[in-house]
Write a protein that binds this ligand. Structure first.
Ligand SMILES: [Zn+2]
Length: 276
């Protein structure tokens, strides 16, 4: 079973909880924090999808070009890392236009994949899917099909599907874009298992067990942010216990866990897993 692998190429201060409190950021660490991931992908001969934040592509075009030249897929992670519903329709379209222009000029081809900042694709911003279709996107891969405190579209299918443009939790085969939801497991309660905080928080044996179980019926998606695997990621001091747990738990051991997942499972860029 081929699973999807996605790296969200964003700064350690891109997340909502951090952005406003990080202050004047001199060192974005993006090149140093991405290098160990690229080395592991080379070592295990794995290609991945890199969902590039526009702000990163603007400041570090050479990094995006280098990743693309290694054969990885380049997708869009929007521009400013503002949740889609908070941007509103017009600003979202503006970010998508800029992101497509930027990534096209860096790679010579249009991106076909999108991952929304903070999994913010939901029924509060139904126009987002229509805008993605308008700009030629073939898939969206960040909808969370269960409720979580931060995000989610409860009731959405767990595997790939064509989402209805009037209710993203429903399927409509006429829609011209595929959704590949976050990988969740159903143990009586459904919850995400294979990326970001969920990967950092779970012990390795659980992540392996969960993805193996998911693979009985469908591919999973493993996603990670470079700052989540980088020991030198600055830890903000003025955060609540809960925020600091969600943001920083497990960072020091996540690169090893990521490598163990590469050793155990087969991965490919999202577009390949979807056959696009
Ligand atoms: Zn992000």
């Amino acid at each position: 079973m081929l699973n999807a692998l996605c790296i969200d190429l964003e700064y350690w201060f891109s997340a909502e909880e951090v952005r406003e409190r990080a202050g004047d950021v001199a060192d974005d660490q993006i090149v140093e924090s991405t290098a160990p991931i690229l080395e592991l992908l080379d070592a295990y001969k794995v290609k991945a999808t890199f969902a590039v934040l526009g702000a990163v592509g603007e400041k570090h075009p050479e990094l995006v070009k280098a990743i693309h030249s290694k054969g990885h897929e380049i997708a869009s992670h929007a521009y400013s890392h503002t949740p889609v519903y908070a941007l509103g329709k017009e600003k979202f379209e503006d970010e998508i236009r800029r992101s497509v222009d930027q990534l096209s000029s860096l790679t010579g081809g249009r991106p076909i994949g999108f991952r929304a900042p903070t999994c913010s694709i939901n029924n509060r911003a139904l126009w987002a899917m229509e805008i993605l279709i308008k700009y030629g996107f073939k898939y969206e891969a960040s909808l969370c099909p269960v409720w979580t405190p931060q995000y989610g579209v409860p009731g959405a299918p767990l595997g790939r599907y064509h989402p209805s443009l009037t209710d993203l939790s429903k399927e409509d085969s006429r829609t011209d874009i595929l959704e590949l939801p976050l990988t969740v497991i159903n143990l009586g309660v459904k919850f995400p298992v294979a990326g970001g905080f969920w990967l950092r928080a779970a012990p390795l044996w659980f992540s392996r067990w969960a993805l193996t179980r998911v693979n009985r019926t469908r591919p999973g998606t493993l996603y990670i942010h470079p700052w989540e695997t980088f020991r030198r990621t600055p830890r903000l001091e003025n955060t609540s216990l809960l925020d600091s747990f969600v943001l920083y738990y497990g960072i020091n051991s996540t690169l090893k866990k990521f490598e163990a997942m590469l050793r155990t499972f087969q991965f490919a860029p999202i577009r390949r897993v979807l056959g696009l």
